[in-house]
Every structure is written in structure tokens, then in C-alpha cells.
Design a protein around this ligand. Structure first.
Ligand SMILES: [Zn+2]
Length: 412
């Protein structure tokens, strides 16, 4: 089987989709269930139908486009990604996995290959958290990683509930029906841009993801006592910001202490109340993001952070309150799929390296219900989520060839 990717068609389609945007060229803005997003979805479904695929949309708007195999009841082989884009983003994040996946299917059709297992292209709803404050909404629901009750409570910034937003978008059906039945997929492979600089720096065209890191996000509030910056003397103080400062350093120490390259912890937001130059901070809110590729190691960091918090609270007589916003488990990619990807790279004499995905993707949630792997291609300077995000068509083509061969081998 020899696979010929229609690189020109694919480049043209990437440009066409980029033009369906609320951003000013070259920026792409496509927020889930806006009129622009709905237009992009219609455009995509038309392309899939033109390729002879059977298209359906589930009640949260995940789109499935199926090339039915000769054993239609056997578990399917999935591929895909997202096409929503944060404000002022680029053309390639997610899109390469969706349109590249479609091109992989079309090139397999043209090669004469006929799958036994159906091959299914997926477009996940709202991978980006822009509208509802939660990432990977579609894949979380598909995999049962988010309860329908919680999903029903989601609202956008204007207070409009997901239920209403999707109804207005013409996406109907009960959210209970989104979760896929057990054994629906045999495997899932996602092609994605790296969104980091490593492949380009090492001049390696393909990255085979072995682990997907996952964040735990916490909000920590520290309650001390305010007062006049001149009148309250030092021994009397319970300064919430001084307590926060100690805790922030302890959070850094907690991640460093795990002595693993993949352990990271960040305090990204520190909000101080009342925030006046002559007022002792009475309350501080910190946002904490802890990531690792290993769940036990990550939870150990969280334990160290909590212990440090108790210490600080006792010594400085402040009250700490912690809220866990999310704590998704990291995922390991399936060795057998990674090996299949590697075989295809070798066949085409393409250099590759194992990688960790430090951003999270729909594949993280797909890993809860099936074997997954991810294939990374380089992007210029590692830039992503910005208008100058760029991937050459040659790089995309290499990714599509390896993806197509891997899908064929999994579906044979
Ligand atoms: Zn993405």
C-alpha cells in the first residue's frame, strides 16, 4: 500500500477553515457554539460527507465521521482533535488533527485500502476552556470523565447555561447519551502540533507521545487580619500576604523536592485584598497548578503543599482554605500504538523521538476508555495559541502519512 497525501488540498482546506474566524487575519478566533463555530462545523461536516463518510453529531456537538469497515460491529479506530480556537489564536492547533485526520482517511481510500474495523474521525466540542471555563468538554463527556449533572451546571460568562447554548445552536438530545458504550473504540490516535520548541530545536520531524501530563488546579485562600499600615505594630500582625509569600516558596520547593523533570508547580495568580498601599493585606487568593506525568508523584507534591500550608497557618495564625478546581489523572500512551507509529516513521526514514505532552489534549480523556497515542509535529519557534503559529505543509504531510499508516494497521 502506498499512501499519497494530497498536500495541496489539505493546505487549501486549512486556509479555508482559518477564514471562518472572528479574529482579524491572520488571527483565528473560533469560540464554541458561536455563529462562526457553527459555520465551521457545517463546513467540516460537508467535507466529511463529500469523502463518503457517515456523519453524526452527539448531544454535546462532538462530530463523528465514519468510514465503515468490513466488520461494522467491531470496535472502531478513532482519530481527530478540535477546531475551536481561543481568541487571537493560530490556524493549526487542533485543526491539523481534524483536517489531517480527514486527509489520512481520504488518502487511505485512494490507496485501495479497505479497513476491517471502521475508521472514525472525531471533532471534539470545546477543547478550549474559553466559553465554559473547562477544557475538553466533549471528550470528558464522551469518556464519562465529567458527570452530566456537573455539565448541566456549566454556564458561560453571560450566565447562559450550556443547555441553553447548545439548544440555541441546534444541538439536541440528552447529555446522558454522550457517553460512549464500553468497547466502542479499539484505539484512538491524535495528530497535533507540539506547541513547544523541542522538535524544531533538535530538527526532528516527529514526536511520539508516551505520556500526557495532567494538571491539578487549586485555589487557596488565606485569611489574616487587615489594619492600618502605620498603626498596627509588627508583633500584632497577621499579614495574609506574608503568609502567602512563604506558601508560594513552599510550593516551589514541593515540586523541586520530587526530583523529577516532569514535576512542575506554579502559582500563576495572587490576588491581594484590599490591595491598598497603606493597608495590611487581610486576605490573599492564590491559584496553584501542579502537573506531572505520574499521578502518585503529583499527589505527593499536593501532600507537601498541604503540609506546608498547615505550617504557615499555625505559625502565622492565618486561616487557609483550599478548593480543588480539577485534578485529572495523567495518562500513559499505549505502547503497542506508539510502536506502530515508530514502525511507520522507520519505514519512511523519518527521525522521531519519544515525548511528553505537557499541555493536555482530548486524548487524555480518550485514554479513560480506549488505548491512545499522540503524534506531534513541530511548529515554528514552538509558538502556539497566537496568530503567528506556523507549521509547514511538508511537516503536516509527514504527520498525515504516519497517521494514515498507523490507522490502516490498527484497522486491518
Ligand atoms: Zn489543541
Amino acid at each position: 500500500m502506498s499512501i499519497a497525501v494530497d498536500q495541496e488540498r489539505l493546505s487549501r482546506e486549512i486556509e479555508e477553515l482559518a477564514a471562518i474566524s472572528d479574529g482579524e487575519v491572520p488571527a483565528v478566533t473560533r469560540v464554541v457554539f458561536t455563529p462562526t463555530d457553527l459555520k465551521a462545523r457545517d463546513w467540516l461536516m460537508a467535507k466529511c460527507k463529500k469523502a463518503g463518510l457517515t456523519v453524526r453529531q452527539d448531544p454535546v456537538g462532538n462530530i463523528f465521521a465514519r468510514w465503515t469497515g468490513s466488520q461494522p460491529d467491531a470496535p472502531a479506530v478513532g482519530t481527530g482533535s478540535h477546531i475551536d480556537a481561543i481568541p487571537n489564536a493560530g490556524k493549526y492547533d487542533g485543526v491539523v488533527g481534524v483536517l489531517g485526520g480527514l486527509e489520512a482517511i481520504r488518502s487511505l481510500q485512494a490507496s485501495g485500502f479497505r479497513p476491517k474495523h471502521s475508521i472514525e474521525l472525531l471533532m471534539f466540542t470545546s477543547e478550549e476552556p474559553t466559553r465554559f471555563g473547562i477544557g475538553c468538554l466533549g471528550s470528558r463527556l464522551l469518556s464519562g470523565s465529567l458527570s452530566v449533572n456537573k455539565a448541566r451546571k456549566l454556564a458561560d460568562r453571560d450566565g447562559i447555561l450550556l443547555e441553553e447554548v447548545r439548544a440555541n445552536a441546534g444541538v439536541t438530545g440528552a447529555l446522558e447519551e454522550v457517553k460512549l458504550p464500553d468497547g466502542y473504540y479499539k484505539a484512538f490516535v491524535e495528530l497535533h502540533i507540539e506547541q513547544g520548541p523541542l522538535l524544531e530545536q533538535q530538527n526532528i520531524p516527529l514526536g511520539l507521545v508516551t505520556h500526557i501530563a495532567a494538571p491539578a488546579s487549586l485555589r487557596i485562600s488565606i485569611e489574616g487580619e487587615g489594619g492600618h499600615a502605620g498603626a498596627v505594630l509588627m508583633p500584632e500582625r497577621r499579614d495574609a500576604l506574608c503568609a502567602a509569600a512563604e506558601l508560594i516558596l513552599a510550593i516551589e520547593t514541593a515540586a523541586r523536592a520530587s526530583n523529577a523533570r516532569d514535576s512542575v508547580a506554579t502559582v500563576g495568580i495572587c490576588t491581594v485584598f484590599p490591595g491598598a498601599v497603606n493597608s495590611i493585606p487581610s486576605r490573599v487568593q492564590l491559584s496553584v497548578d501542579v502537573r506531572d506525568t505520574n499521578l502518585e508523584r503529583r499527589d505527593e507534591i499536593l501532600r507537601r503543599i498541604r503540609a506546608a500550608g498547615q505550617n504557615v497557618a499555625a505559625q502565622r495564625q492565618v486561616v487557609l482554605d483550599e478548593e480543588v478546581l480539577n485534578a485529572d489523572a495523567p495518562a500513559e500512551c499505549a505502547t503497542s500504538i506508539v510502536e506502530t507509529l515508530a514502525e511507520s516513521c522507520k519505514k519512511h526514514q523519518l527521525n522521531f523521538m519519544p515525548m511528553v505532552s505537557r499541555a493536555y489534549h482530548d486524548s487524555l480523556f480518550m485514554s479513560r476508555i480506549t488505548a491512545v497515542a499522540m503524534l506531534f509535529i513541530p511548529c515554528r519557534n514552538g509558538y502556539s495559541h497566537r496568530p503567528d503559529e506556523y507549521v509547514s505543509s511538508e511537516e503536516i504531510e509527514r504527520g498525515v502519512i504516519v497517521l494514515a499508516e498507523t490507522l490502516a494497521s490498527l484497522a486491518a
